[in-house]
Ligand binder design. Structure first.
Ligand code: ATP
Length: 215
């Protein structure tokens, strides 16, 4: 990958990507630009700690991610968490990344749902030591709560926390899975190559939308 000299820092976007959609690409692209990152790593979780198990297999989720980021400068897909047995804890992942790239500034990119619960994550103090946490709204009216939460994380944990103040793209994988199961259109919600892949492989046709679990 071509790393520009002016850009430094690595963004980590973890998730289930079940499937990857334009909201994921939006947060990755926005963080890349606004924080002048040299790269963003999209990392699918094996066993996500905050959710029920994913609908599509890891092989399909990775294949869709690779298609989605193909040609996106600086965006990579990593199978680090898929290769690790057990739950995919972000603190462990950040420790691995810090060891692999000593001195690199790390940024954990989170949509509002994740950002607002960071204090409940496994070894959250370690997360705050290792990276800057970055929040982005997923729907209108979240700006104040995100800003207040960033302040709380700074005060309570000494975290480096910031917000990407952008118009949200109100998309979710849950909604896409539901639409596919109901045979409704998903046009414009995710890259065409990913839509074609889902169609070809017959994914999500019979899977009920995953229920959100409290952390
Ligand atoms: P699901 O609906 O299955 O829960 P999801 O759409 O929330 O999935 P994930 O793969 O769980 O997608 O999300 C990975 C990361 O991307 C999380 O930090 C999440 O908050 C963030 N994210 C997802 N969708 C958006 C969006 N529309 N805007 C900004 N961030 C998003």
């Amino acid at each position: 990958m071509d790393i520009s000299t002016e850009r430094t820092g690595t963004g980590l976007l973890g998730g289930t990507f079940d499937p990857v959609h334009n909201g994921h690409l939006w947060i990755a692209r926005t963080a890349m630009q606004r924080l002048s990152l040299s790269r963003v790593i999209m990392m699918p979780a094996g066993v996500p700690p905050h959710k029920d198990p994913a609908g599509a297999s890891p092989v399909h989720r990775v294949a869709m991610l690779r298609l989605a980021v193909d040609g996106l400068q600086g965006v990579e897909v990593s199978e680090l968490e898929l290769a690790r047995p057990g739950k995919s804890y972000t603190a462990d992942t950040l420790e691995t990344l810090a060891a692999l790239c000593p001195g690199e500034r790390l940024y954990l990119l989170c949509g509002a749902d994740m950002f607002l619960t960071l204090q409940d994550w496994y070894r959250c103090e370690r997360i705050f030591e290792l990276c800057t946490v970055v929040g982005m709204a997923r729907s209108g009216g979240q700006r104040e709560s995100l800003a207040a939460h960033a302040e709380l994380l700074r005060e309570r944990y000494g975290a480096r926390a910031c917000i990407l103040d952008e118009e949200p793209l109100e998309l979710s994988s849950t909604d896409i899975r539901r639409r596919i199961a109901e045979n409704s259109s998903t046009e414009g919600l995710l890259p065409e190559v990913v839509r074609a892949y889902i169609d070809r492989e017959g994914l999500y046709r019979n899977t009920p939308a995953r229920r959100e679990e409290p952390v």
